[in-house]
Design a protein around this ligand. Structure first.
Ligand code: 39A
Length: 208
């Protein structure tokens, strides 16, 4: 695979049909609070473990509700999310994040509309990848998530970056500069394009 910008990389990945049998958005339940939960739970663990924790919760409690999480005792939530690992720390962070969303935005819909990257990055346990996952998949913002898979793929092809943001900007720039050729493929929706681009990179690196 040869590419000189992220547009060319996306075109190469498109030829591989990596998301063929997946829903439009590869991250499940986009636009909901469950994305925020998944973005915290996926830190330092495999997605398969996150799925176990999310499903364990759903079997016992139904949908993930932010107001409910905000009212939990850490030990209660920790038990529910155990399969995701680091459960005591993740439980405390999820509760604090839910309470802060309620305090600063009132409800989840207002959070989706008004939250900034800076606000997210100021929350305990929210780093660049977690913040961008929430922005892209929960809030439908025009932000590309880059992760360890992206870093590994780009490094293998000779691209190394000084920082997370430099890598993210490289990924976004190639797409934005060639948006005239991509917009009709992605329903004129840059968020959808970035979401699928990220999903393709993960699937490619997981499954070859
Ligand atoms: N590593 C991952 C994933 N692998 C994933 N899916 C598969 C669906 N998500 C949503 C996040 N991180």
């Amino acid at each position: 695979m040869e590419f000189s910008n992220s547009y060319e990389l996306l075109i190469e990945l498109r030829k591989k049909d990596l998301l063929k049998n997946k829903p439009k958005f590869w991250w499940p339940n986009v636009g909901t609070f469950e994305v925020v939960v998944g973005a915290i739970l996926t830190q330092n663990t495999k997605w398969e473990n996150v799925e176990k924790a999310l499903n364990q919760w759903k079997m016992k409690n139904g949908k993930w509700k932010m107001e409910a999480v905000a009212s939990f005792e850490p030990s209660f939530l920790a038990e529910l999310i155990k399969p995701a690992g680091f459960y005591n720390q993740k439980a405390k962070r999820l509760i604090a994040l839910s309470r802060n969303i309620l305090r600063d935005f009132g409800n989840f819909e207002s959070f989706k509309e008004n939250v900034t990257r800076e606000w997210l990055l100021a929350q305990k346990g929210v780093g660049f990848e977690t913040a961008d996952s929430i922005l892209c998949y929960a809030c439908f913002r025009e932000t590309m998530v880059v992760d360890a898979y992206t870093k590994r793929l780009l490094k293998k092809r000779g691209y190394e970056f000084e920082s997370y943001d430099e890598m993210r900007e490289w990924c976004e720039r190639g797409v934005e500069e060639n948006w005239d050729k991509l917009s009709s493929i992605y329903e004129n929706d840059l968020n959808l394009c970035f979401a699928r681009f990220h999903g393709k990179i993960v699937e490619f690196m997981k499954n070859g």
